[in-house]
Structures are given as structure tokens and as C-alpha cells.
Ligand binder design. Structure first.
Ligand SMILES: Cc1cc2nc3c(=O)[nH]c(=O)nc-3n(C[C@H](O)[C@H](O)[C@H](O)COP(=O)(O)O)c2cc1C
Length: 312
């Protein structure tokens, strides 16, 4: 997820049991221009494998070129194409979910990338369609399978929905039934029971977790426990463990960006840490206090005060 699931955050998710991860979407043209921030998004550590790198764009030649550069430089386990982003600045270029109203171009992009990288597994992430009147997910999924896409993640919303309303798992189930490649269902999976229900009723091969992981990276362990019949462990994450994770994320984030941003100031990353404060006692005041944290030492001091205020 853009601006969140960088190398540092993914490390936390991996440690909590995420099986397969994908980078945030990276613009193909930015990679070709050798933009430092774009390449930073592509980076991952060996321990994070299996890793996919997700790219977006609307020009077949650029997508193919970016794919080749990525494969040469970081050898991901798979390349993932974004046909889901609803952001205005993305769809106005006909990229992301904009391609769902322009499927011939979408297929050309897939063909170009597949031809450029025939040996690297190719996957895609898509929404259901542009809006409810033009749902194309089943038709697109079938064509992507023919073109050699090896797995497909489907977010059960349309572009028009943005992130509002509910994900339509009925449509995800139709896609899963229509193709032989693995379909990964996505949208509104936020705990063990919702995961179990989706898996049991939709016929998908896997679940993709987005927003829930930002505030609850322990979710991967919780889901795995639920799927094996164990009691849910969500409630057992202690305040101490939550703080440990938050500080670890801050430390890892400093490490990842220190060559570009220096290694003292934590203020720029506070919005990345905020989701982890959700649900903590006194979280609103805590977020205000975050604004006065400049260094890791300040964050640790805040933790000590908070733990003293809310003893375990
Ligand atoms: C802040 C934010 C950034 C996102 N960035 C990406 C992205 O870069 N690539 C992508 O495929 N989906 C992206 N998504 C969409 C999520 O992957 C996911 O499809 C969506 O949030 C629905 O799943 P959820 O209910 O589990 O969050 C983003 C979502 C959010 C909220």
C-alpha cells in the first residue's frame, strides 16, 4: 500500500506470518528515469521473499522496459501489474483502474510485459470494473489467464466505490469460478472470522490483507491460527508488544532511509506509525504527544510514560 508497506513495514508483517508480499505500486516511467525514490520502493531484503514488485503505467513499451530493469536489478519472485488504483492522478493517465474502461490497452500492456519477461511469473491486481454498470472482472480475468498471467488478486470494489461501501465477494467468487489460475480475494478481511467466512464461501485460493495490517500487523498470525482452528489471538497482543512493534518499525524505517534522509529525525515518519497507535488507551492524546517526538529517544520516553500510565 502506497506510502505504508515499504521494506520496513513489510519486515514486521513477515515476522508476523505474512506468506507472500508485494511492494507498493511503482510508476514504470519513474523507474526508467532512474528516480531514486521509485527504486527505493522496489527494494526488498532476501528474508522478505517470496516478493512481488508491483508496477503501474499506461504505455506497453514503458511497462515492459521497467519490468526488465526490475528483474535485472532485484530478481523478484513475481511481477505484479496494477489495474486497481482509483486515484485521480493515476486514472487520468489511463493507468491503474483507468485501464478497466480501456481493456484493449490493458491486454496490450500485459502482452508487452509477458513478451519482455517470459520466464518471470506475472500476476495482476484488479478491481471489479469502473462502476457497477460496467463490471468486467470475469471477462478480464479470463483474458489475463489466456495471456499467461499466473495469479490474480481481485479487490471486490469498483473504481467508483473508491474505498467506501463494501467489497462484493459474490463477484470475487464468480471470478474464482471462471478461471483456473489462483485468485486471491481482497477487501474488508479484518480478522479471523471474516477471513474464514471469505475463504469458505468464495472459492478463492488465498486472501490479501490491506488496511487491517496497518493497525494490526499481528493479523497474519491471528488468521493462520483461526484457519487451523485455534482460538483467536487478537486480544492477547499486550500493550508492551504493541509498543515494541511500533518502536521496531521506527528503527527499521530509519535504517531503510538513512542514506537519503539521515538517521535522527523521526518526525517525517509519524504518519506511518500512527495506525499502530489505534486502539491503544489514550490514543488521541498519544498522537498529539507524537508531534513532539523528534528522535527515537523521544519515542522511547513516550513509551515509558505511556506504559507507566497504563500498567500491564
Ligand atoms: C493508503 C492505501 C494505499 C494503497 N496502495 C496500493 C498499491 O500501491 N497497490 C495496490 O495494489 N493496492 C493498493 N491499495 C489497495 C489495497 O491493496 C486493497 O486493495 C484495498 O485497501 C482493499 O483491501 P483491504 O480492505 O484489505 O484494505 C492501497 C490502499 C490504501 C488504503
Amino acid at each position: 500500500m502506497a506510502r505504508h508497506t515499504d521494506q520496513a513495514f513489510r519486515q514486521i508483517c513477515k515476522e508476523q506470518g505474512a506468506d507472500v508480499m508485494v511492494t507498493e505500486f511503482v510508476q514504470s516511467e519513474a523507474l526508467i528515469r532512474d528516480n531514486v525514490k521509485a527504486w527505493e520502493m522496489v527494494d526488498f531484503t532476501e528474508s522478505q521473499r517470496p516478493m512481488g514488485v508491483q508496477i503501474f503505467g499506461a504505455t506497453p513499451a514503458s511497462m515492459a522496459r521497467a519490468a526488465r530493469l526490475i528483474c535485472d536489478r532485484v530478481r523478484p519472485d513475481f511481477l505484479d501489474l496494477n489495474f486497481g488504483c482509483p486515484a485521480h492522478k493515476v486514472i487520468e493517465q489511463n493507468a491503474g483502474s483507468g485501464l478497466l474502461r480501456c481493456t484493449p490497452l490493458l491486454y496490450d500492456l500485459v502482452k508487452a510485459v509477458k513478451d519482455a519477461m517470459p520466464d518471470v511469473p506475472l500476476t495482476a491486481k484488479m478491481r471489479l470494473g469502473w462502476d457497477h454498470a460496467t463490471i468486467v472482472a470475469v471477462e478480464v480475468a479470463g483474458r489475463l489467464e489466456e495471456l499467461g498471467v499466473e495469479a490474480l488478486a481481485v479487490h471486490g470494489r469498483t473504481k467508483e466505490q473508491g474505498y467506501s461501501g463494501q467489497a462484493h465477494w459474490g463477484w470475487i467468487a464468480k471470478v474464482a469460478a471462471a478461471v483456473d489460475i489462483p485468485v486471491i480475494g481482497n477487501g474488508d478481511v479484518h480478522d479471523g472470522p471474516s477471513a474464514l467466512e471469505r475463504l469458505n464461501t468464495s472459492g478463492v485460493s488465498g486472501l490479501m490483507i490491506g488496511r487491517a495490517a496497518l493497525k494490526n500487523p499481528w493479523i497474519f498470525k491471528e488468521l493462520k491460527a483461526t484457519l487451523t482452528g485455534a482460538p483467536s489471538s487478537a486480544a492477547t497482543v499486550s500493550l508492551q508488544e504493541r509498543w515494541d512493534t511500533l518502536l521496531r518499525l521506527a528503527e527499521l524505517t530509519l535504517e531503510v532511509y538513512k542514506s537519503r534522509l539521515g538517521d535522527r529525525d523521526v518526525r517525517w515518519m509519524l504518519d506511518r506509525l500512527h495506525p499502530l497507535t489505534q486502539g491503544l488507551p489514550g490514543s488521541r492524546r498519544l498522537r498529539d504527544q507524537f508531534q513532539h517526538c523528534y528522535t527515537l529517544t523521544d519515542l522511547r520516553r513516550l513509551r515509558d510514560h505511556h506504559l507507566a500510565e497504563y500498567p500491564l
